[in-house]
Write a protein that binds this ligand. Structure first.
Ligand code: SSA
Length: 423
C-alpha cells in the first residue's frame, strides 16, 4: 500500500506503475474519492468547531437565549451524526482501493507483460553431460521405491506426493541443510504454522487478488498460507519497533499450501507443483532506506545462490519484468534451476524487495533515529522449497545405475553417505 500523500503528489508515477504492472485500478477515481473524503472531514470538523463554540456560549447566555443555543447544539450533533455513514463508506472505499495500488518498480525493472519478458542476468554452474540416457524425476524416484504417487493420489487426489525411505530422508536433509546454512549466516531460525487469520493475507499483499490460490477452512476464521512469508510478515503487525531492533532476519520453515487453481494441466507429474509443500523462507524487516533494502536484496539472493552452489546445481538468475513481479514489488529476481529431463531452467526461488508497501498495510513501524515513526522495509526470498528442488537435485546427480550422488553439503544430514539408493 502506498501513502495517499505520495499518490496525490505523484499520480503520474503511480499511473505508470498501474499500467506497466497491468493492475486494474483507476487512480483518478481513487483521487476523486480521496478529495470527497477530505471535503467531508473538513465539513465535519467545521461543524464540530461550531458546536464547541456554541457550547461555550451556553453558560454565559441569558435564560431567554439558552434554549436556542442548546437546540443549536443538538441540531449540530444530529447533522454530524448524519454524515457518519458517508464518512465510513468513503473511508472503506478508499482503503479497498489503496490496498490495490501497486508499488513503484525500481528503475532497473524491464517493462513487460509476463514471464516471457523476464531478462536473464547470468548463468552459474555447468550443465550435466550424461554418458547414459538420463531418467526423469519420477522414474528415478519409482526406480528406488522412494515414492508412491498412485497410493497417495487415492488418499489425497492429484498434486499430492509421498516420499519413502531415503527419498524422505533426502527431503529432510535438504531442509536441515538450508536451515543450518542460514542460521550460520545470522538468520534467526523459525519453525512456524501455515494456519493464519485472513487479515495476515491482506497484510502480506496476497489479498486482494490471490484469493483463488488459498485454501479456506469452512467455519473457521483461519486459512492455509502458501508461504511462511505470510505468518512471519504479521508477527510484529501493529507494533512499534525501535531502530536498534532492526534488521530482523528470519529463516522460517513451514508447510505451504496452494490450490494451484490457475495451473490446470501444468506439471501434473511428480514433484514440481503440489498442493502442500515445505519451504525454508528468508524474511527480512529493515530500516526504511532503499540502499539498505537493496543490500539485503543482494544478501537474500546470495544466500539462495550459495545454497544452490552447495547442492552443486546449475542455475540462472532472471530479473522479473513489470508484468511478472506482482503489485507490491519494487524489485524481483527469480532463480531457475536446470532440469535435465525438460532441458530447461525451472523456477526454484523468488527474491523480492517491497520497500514499505507491505509494512504500511501490516502496520509494521519503527521509531527512527529522530524519534519519528516510520514504516519499515521488507524483503523475502526462498531459502529452499521441497519437494520441487528434489527434481533438479535427483536428475542432475543421477548416476548410470539410477543411484544418486550426494553433494558434500548434504552428507552430514544423511549419515555421511556419498551415494543414495540401490543400483
Ligand atoms: N505448488 C508448488 N509446489 C511445489 N513448490 C512450489 C509450489 N509453488 C511454489 N513453490 C516453490 O516455492 C518457491 C517460492 O514460491 S513463490 O510463490 O515464487 N515465492 C514465495 O512464496 C516467496 N515468499 C519467496 O519464497 C517457488 O520458487 C517454488 O520453488
Amino acid at each position: 500500500m502506498l501513502d495517499i500523500k505520495f499518490i496525490r503528489e505523484n499520480a503520474g508515477a503511480v499511473k505508470h506503475a498501474v499500467e506497466v504492472k497491468g493492475v486494474p485500478i483507476d487512480i483518478d477515481e481513487l483521487l476523486r474519492i480521496d478529495r470527497e473524503l477530505v471535503d467531508l472531514k473538513q465539513r465535519v470538523e467545521a461543524m464540530q468547531a461550531e458546536r464547541n463554540a456554541n457550547a461555550k456560549l451556553v453558560p454565559k447566555a441569558t435564560p431567554e437565549e439558552r434554549p436556542t443555543l442548546i437546540q443549536r447544539g443538538k441540531d449540530l450533533a444530529e447533522e454530524i451524526k448524519a454524515l457518519d455513514p458517508a464518512l465510513r463508506a468513503h473511508e472503506d472505499n478508499l482503503r479497498q482501493l489503496l490496498l490495490r495500488v501497486p508499488n513503484i518498480p525500481h528503475a532497473s525493472v524491464p517493462v513487460g507483460k509476463d514471464d516471457n519478458d523476464n531478462v536473464e542476468l547470468r548463468r552459474e554452474g555447468t550443465l550435466p553431460a550424461f554418458e547414459f540416457t538420463p531418467r526423469d524425476q519420477v522414474d528415478l524416484l519409482e526406480g528406488q521405491g522412494w515414492s508412491d504417487f498412485e497410493r497417495v493420489a487415492r488418499v489425497s487426489g492429484s498434486r499430492s506426493y509421498l516420499l519413502k525411505g531415503e527419498g524422505a530422508l533426502l527431503e529432510m536433509a535438504v531442509q536441515m541443510f538450508a536451515m543450518s546454512f542460514l542460521a550460520g549466516r545470522g538468520f534467526t531460525p523459525l519453525s512456524t504454522t501455515a494456519l493464519v487469520r485472513p487479515e495476515t493475507l491482506v497484510n502480506s499483499g496476497h489479498f486482494p487478488g490471490d484469493e483463488e490460490s488459498v485454501y479456506k477452512l469452512e467455519g473457521d476464521e483461519l486459512m492455509l498460507a502458501g508461504t511462511a512469508e505470510v505468518p512471519v510478515n504479521s508477527l510484529y503487525a501493529g507494533e512499534q519497533l525501535s531502530a536498534d531492533q532492526l534488521p530482523l532476519a528470519f529463516s522460517a520453515i513451514s508447510g505451504a499450501f496452494r490450490r494451484e487453481a490457475g495451473s490446470a494441466g501444468r506439471d501434473v507429474r511428480g514433484l514440481i507443483r503440489v498442493h502442500e509443500f515445505r519451504k525454508v523462507e528468508q524474511y527480512v524487516i529493515c530500516r526504511a532506506d532503499e540502499q539498505e533494502g537493496l543490500k539485503w536484496f543482494e544478501t537474500l539472493l546470495g544466500n539462495a545462490e550459495a545454497i544452490l552452489q552447495a547442492l552443486e546445481l546449475p542455475y540462472r538468475v532472471v530479473q522479473n519484468c513489470t508484468g511478472d513481479m506482482g503489485a507490491g514489488k519494487v524489485l524481483m529476481y527469480d532463480i531457475e534451476t536446470w532440469v535435465p529431463s525438460e532441458q530447461k531452467y525451472r523456477e526454484t526461488h523468488s527474491c523480492s524487495y517491497l520497500g514499505d508497501w507491505q509494512a504500511r498495510r501490516t502496520g509494521l513501524r519503527y521509531r527512527d533515529e529522530n524519534g519519528k515513526l516510520v514504516y519499515a522495509h521488507t524483503l523475502n526470498n526462498t531459502g529452499i522449497a521441497t519437494p520441487r528442488i528434489l527434481v533438479p537435485l535427483l536428475e542432475n546427480h543421477q548416476r548410470a545405475d539410477g543411484t544418486i550422488h550426494v553433494p558434500e553439503a548434504l552428507r552430514p544430514y544423511l549419515g555421511g553417505k556419498a551415494v543414495l539408493g540401490q543400483p
